[in-house]
Design a protein around this ligand. Structure first.
Ligand SMILES: Cc1cc2nc3c(=O)[nH]c(=O)nc-3n(C[C@H](O)[C@H](O)[C@H](O)COP(=O)(O)OP(=O)(O)OC[C@H]3O[C@@H](n4cnc5c(N)ncnc54)[C@H](O)[C@@H]3O)c2cc1C
Length: 457
C-alpha cells in the first residue's frame, strides 16, 4: 500500500525527527553551521523528556571535579539561571532546572540559530531509496506530507525513523524487558520549610528548603520506610508504590515539589507499544492519586498541597536501541574505554530501574575496575550514532547503539545533549559536503568543532 501523502515543495539540509533532549540540541547545533534545519516534534514544545516528561534535575556527570558535558548543555544552564529557572545548590550542583522554563530557553536558542520547527507533527515513516532516506512522511493537521532533506537525525528516543528504515534493533534486557516507565507529577502549595524540618528530623537531612531531595525504596534503608509501611497497611498506598519514590524541589517554583514517580505497573514496560503506553497513562494517574494522598496525610508541610502538573508525556527510560557501527558495552564503561572518534565523555553509573524489582544502581564507586576512580570517565564514539544499513541518518540520545546496561548509564540528559550537539553538526556537514553521507564526515574536524564550541572531547 502506498501512503496518500503530499510532497511539500520545500526541502531542508537536515530534518531532525523529535525535538526532545537530544533533538532540540541537534537542531540548534546544526543550524549554527548555517544549514537549513527543520525540527519535527510530536508535542507542542521542545525538550522532550526534560520538559514534557518533567524530568528534573539534570543528572550530574562529573569526573575529577569537572563537569564532562559542556558546550550547549552549559549554555542551556546559563540561560536557565538568567531566567530564574535554573539554580546551583550549596554543594555546587548546577543541574537544577524548571522544565517549563527550559521550553522557553530552547525556543529562543533554536530560533536564534535560524532553525525552523514544526510542532504537533508525528513522524510516520521514512521514504528510503537504497540506503538513503529521501524524506519523512509526517502526519499533522495538514494530513500526511513528505518532508525532504539531505540528512536526517532520528532523535525520537524510540528510533522511530531508524526502525522504519529497517535498521537492526535491540530492545530491553536479556528477557526483552525494558526499564520501568514513570509518570512524573508535581505537588504545589507545599510548606517547604516545615517539610524540610520534618525530613531532617526523619534522618533525610536537607541543606535548604529550596533544594529538597528525599526518597524511599523498599529495602534500601530509607528512613521514610516505616511511613510507607503504615500507608500500605492503611490502604493509602499499594505495595508497589514503594518500589521507587523520590521528590525534588524545582527552581523558580517555590512551594512545589516534583516527583520522580510513580513507577508504572511492571507489565507495562514497553513505551514503543502504543497500547502499553496508553494504559501507562491511566495507571500513572491512579498512582498519582494515591501518592498525593500519602503526601498530604503523612508528610508535614504537604497538608494543603494539590497536584500542580501531571507530565504530558509518560517518562520512558528505554525502548529500541539501534545497532550502530559500534555498540557500547558495560565493559567499555568499566574499562574507561577511549575512542579515536569520541564525541562525549561519561562517568554517570549504570542505573537500571528494573521492572524485575527495586532500583539497581550497579557498579557504584566501590569496585576494582578503573571506572570507579573519582577522576575516571569513558567515551562514547561517533559510531554509536551511526545506524547500520542507512547512509544519511544519525541517532543520538537514549536510542544510540549500546547494550541494555550501557544504555542505562549514557542515557542521562547531559549526555543526550552532547550526543545531540555532535549529531547536529555532523548531519549538517554531511548534508553540506557529502550529499548526506554521515560516514564521510571528518570526525577529527567534528571533535575540533565541538571543542571550539566549548565541549570536552
Ligand atoms: C522517569 C525518568 C527519570 C529520569 N531521570 C533523569 C534525571 O533525573 N536526570 C537525567 O539527566 N536524566 C534522567 N532520565 C533520563 C533522560 O531524561 C532521558 O534518557 C533523556 O531525556 C532522553 O532523551 P532523548 O532525546 O533520547 O529522548 P526525548 O527527550 O524523550 O526526546 C524524544 C522527542 O521525540 C519526540 N517524538 C517521539 N516520537 C516522535 C515521532 N514519531 N514524531 C515526532 N516526534 C516524536 C518526543 O515528543 C520527544 O520530544 C530520566 C528518564 C526518565 C524516563
Amino acid at each position: 500500500m502506498t501512503l496518500p501523502y503530499r510532497t511539500l515543495e520545500r526541502d531542508w539540509d537536515v530534518i531532525v525527527a523529535g525535538g526532545g533532549t537530544a533533538g532540540a540540541i541537534a537542531g540548534i547545533a546544526a543550524a549554527r553551521t548555517g544549514a537549513r534545519v527543520l525540527v519535527v516534534e510530536a508535542q507542542g514544545s521542545l525538550g522532550g523528556t526534560g520538559t514534557n516528561a518533567w524530568v528534573t534535575p539534570l543528572m550530574r556527570n562529573v569526573s575529577g571535579g569537572v563537569n564532562l558535558n559542556l558546550g550547549l548543555t552549559e549554555e542551556l544552564k546559563g540561560r536557565l539561571r538568567a531566567r530564574g529557572d535554573g539554580a546551583v545548590d550549596e554543594a555546587g550542583n548546577d543541574n537544577w532546572f524548571n522544565p517549563e522554563g527550559l521550553k522557553f530557553v530552547l525556543d529562543d536558542l533554536l530560533l536564534e540559530a535560524g532553525a525552523e520547527v514544526l510542532f504537533h507533527t508525528q513522524v510516520v515513516a521514512p521514504l528510503v531509496e537504497g540506503q538513503q532516506i529521501q524524506a519523512l512522511v509526517v502526519h499533522n493537521k495538514g494530513g500526511l506530507q513528505a518532508l525532504r532533506a539531505t540528512a536526517f537525525v532520528d532523535a525520537t528516543g524510540d528510533a522511530d525513523v531508524a526502525a522504519g528504515a529497517g535498521v537492526p534493533m535491540s530492545a530491553g534486557d536479556e528477557d526483552g524487558l525494558h526499564q520501568a516507565m514513570s509518570l512524573r507529577f508535581t505537588l504545589s502549595g507545599v510548606d517547604t520549610s516545615r517539610l524540610r524540618n520534618f525530613l531532617t528530623a526523619q534522618g533525610q537531612p536537607q541543606t535548604s528548603e529550596h533544594f529538597l531531595h528525599f526518597w524511599m525504596v523498599w529495602g534500601r534503608h530509607s528512613t521514610l520506610e516505616p511511613l510507607f509501611r503504615q500507608a500500605v497497611a492503611q490502604g493509602v498506598l499499594l505495595e508497589r508504590d514503594g518500589d521507587y519514590f523520590q521528590g525534588f524541589s524545582v527552581p523558580g517554583r517555590p512551594g512545589e515539589l516534583s516527583f520522580n514517580c510513580p513507577r508504572i505497573r511492571p507489565d507495562l514496560n514497553d513505551g514503543a507499544d502504543p497500547w502499553q503506553l496508553s494504559e501507562a497513562q491511566l495507571d500513572g494517574r491512579q498512582a498519582i492519586t494515591r501518592l498525593s494522598t500519602f503526601c498530604r496525610t503523612f508528610l508535614p508541610g504537604c497538608e494543603a498541597a494539590f497536584i500542580g502538573v501531571v507530565a504530558p508525556m509518560v517518562g520512558i527510560r528505554e525502548t529500541r536501541r539501534i545497532e550502530g557501527e559500534y555498540t557500547l558495552s558495560v565493559e567499555d564503561i568499566l574499562d574507561c574505554a577511549k575512542f579515536e572518534d569520541s564525541i562525549c565523555r561519561n562517568h554517570y553509573p549504570v542505573d537500571i530501574h528494573s521492572v524485575k524489582g527495586g532500583a539497581k544502581l550497579l557498579h557504584e564507586r566501590d569496585g576494582a575496575a578503573p571506572y570507579f576512580a573519582a577522576d575516571a570517565w569513558h567515551e562514547i564514539p561517533y559510531r554509536c550514532l551511526v545506524p547500520r544499513g542507512v547512509s544519511n541518518l544519525l541517532v543520538p540520545g537514549r536510542a544510540a547503539s549500546s547494550t541494555f546496561e550501557a544504555q542505562s548509564s549514557i542515557r542521562v540528559q547531559q549526555n543526550c545533549h552532547s550526543m545531540g550537539e555532535a549529531a547536529g553538526i555532523a548531519a549538517a556537514w554531511a548534508a553540506q559536503q557529502h550529499a548526506g553521507q554521515v560516514r564521510m564526515v571528518d570526525v577529527g574536524a567534528l571533535q575540533a568543532e565541538l571543542r571550539r564550541r566549548g565541549a570536552l572531547v
